[in-house]
Design a protein around this ligand. Sequence first.
Ligand code: FES
Length: 116
Amino acid sequence: MADGSAGVLLDERRPETSTPPAPVIRFLRGAVLLGQCPVNPGETIVDHAEACGISLPTNCTSGTCGTCMVSLILGEVPLPEELPPGLDDFLVEEGARLGCIGRPRGDVDIDIRPPI
Ligand code: FES
């Protein structure tokens, strides 16, 4: 080639993948990252925490007592249509979720502390 190169054209585009990266749940205490692991659909926040080696306190494991309350910082943890006894509208507005019944959807950041 006239420019002195070896005439090899490199295709620097990354190969297209049809599978997006697996969603990840991250557990934090304030700004400190405690651990992270892939999201397994259908598993609760408490299940994910255990998989990350993080112990969240639980009691009733049915959404009643609020012992497992954490704060949703980023992402989506859908709520049941009717809030369980362990949550109320104010707490939800502050980002509260219940680890024993909350199931993350997609990438999620959780502060293991309750919002208040
Ligand atoms: S352990 Fe009681 S609400 Fe989650």
